[in-house]
Design a protein. Structure first.
Length: 117
């Protein structure tokens, strides 16, 4: 299967990617950090570098996937102007828009908000 994961190679994906690769899946990792590309590719996955806040980028990242894993990471809670609800609503709308546009039928959605506690 072709599987696209958001969340770069954080706490979940760094363990999930090797398991998926061992099972013969084709894995694409969406990361906003260009410096993670070599590490992603060293795991055998394809890197897609960009921002999930960019609907066009996210849609291209989901294109051709059988399954997408959508993770919402916490924002900068130290920023007094950070609006959690607006940020999550925008990400949710982007995930939904990219899923609709690409026709992906299998989705795993996880919010990591509060996981740092």
């Amino acid at each position: 299967m072709k599987i696209t994961l958001t969340g770069s190679i954080g706490n979940i994906n760094k363990h999930l990617i090797p398991e998926l690769m061992k099972k013969g899946h084709e894995v694409k990792i969406i990361s906003s950090k260009p410096e993670k590309q070599k590490e992603i590719e060293a795991l055998g996955a394809k890197a897609a570098i960009g921002k999930i806040e960019d609907l066009d980028f996210l849609t291209s990242g989901f294109e051709g996937a059988d399954i997408v894993y959508c993770m919402e990471a916490p924002g900068n809670f130290m920023d007094p102007h950070f609006d959690l609800f607006s940020a999550i609503a925008k990400l949710g709308n982007n995930f939904a828009g990219a899923i609709r546009k690409t026709g992906v039928r299998r989705v795993v959605h996880l919010s990591s908000i509060g996981a740092h506690r």
